[in-house]
Design a binder for this molecule. Structure first.
Ligand SMILES: [Zn+2]
Ligand SMILES: [Zn+2]
Length: 245
């Protein structure tokens, strides 16, 4: 579901590519928006994470303090890379600088990390933006990442629609419990007309960055209410807990 604005934006960008050939947003070399050598430098975040929420952990424990005390309403969350350095820069360009073209190489990175430890899922869906936010940006970066990632790993898109029913405050600067309250009831699932929708299915939620699992958890609650038997999250990047509090 690409809006006209996003379509024109992309068409415009392709035209610009002819005049100003793409340069890597990280090393500035010519030829691609994110070059292969830069992509290969990202190391997959597959060890030393909480087995439930995917937060980076120090030491040998398998669950973070928060999941051990109060497990989230989502079956589990994993992320391709840490939200730092080049990954942070690339996400910024994708989200705030109009570089929708970065979704394809970043989704390739997601697919590479996913292949080492895929999750047990049947269909995928993107974490939705509020309509006003999507209109302003012209695209939902998580949806763009999801389309390309799912094509690479062969995962069908969820039927029906997950929607953000109310705008939420930015999560930055909020505590874990404030974040939970902020997104509670913010999402709803509409099944396709005359069909079962997610009933009996295991859904993979795709998002760009995971800071706490509050947003993914709120989506999972809406999907489980509609009959999904499992909900997992996979994000491009994961913020370390220290930068989150
Ligand atoms: Zn580069
Ligand atoms: Zn955890």
């Amino acid at each position: 579901m690409m809006s006209w604005r996003a379509f024109l934006h992309q068409a415009g960008q392709e035209l610009l590519n002819l005049v100003f050939p793409p340069r890597c947003v990280i090393c500035r070399s010519a030829g691609a928006w994110l070059c292969d050598p830069c992509l290969e430098q990202f190391s997959c975040l597959d060890k030393g994470v909480c087995q439930r929420c995917g937060a980076p952990l120090a030491g040998t424990v398998s669950l973070c303090h928060s999941c051990a005390q109060n497990p989230p309403a989502i079956d589990g969350v994993r992320s391709a890379v840490l939200f730092e350095g080049n990954a942070r820069q690339a996400v910024h360009q994708l989200k705030y600088a109009g570089y929708a073209v970065l979704a394809a190489p970043l989704a390739r990175l997601m697919a590479r990390c996913w292949s080492t430890k895929p999750l047990p899922v049947d269909v995928w869906a993107a974490v939705p933006l509020h309509v006003a936010r999507q209109r302003e940006r012209g695209y939902n970066q998580s949806y763009l990442l999801g389309c390309e990632f799912a094509r690479l790993v062969g995962l069908p898109e969820m039927s029906g629609t997950l929607r953000r029913v109310r705008a939420t405050r930015a999560q930055v600067g909020l505590s874990v419990s404030e974040r939970r309250a902020n997104v509670e009831g913010a999402f709803a699932y509409d099944p396709p007309r005359g069909k079962q929708g997610v009933q009996g299915q295991r859904v993979l939620l795709i998002d760009d960055v995971c800071t706490t699992v509050a947003t993914l958890e709120a989506c999972a609650i809406a999907l489980k209410r509609a009959g999904a038997i499992g909900v997992w999250g996979f994000t491009l990047a994961r913020a370390a807990p220290a930068s989150d509090l």
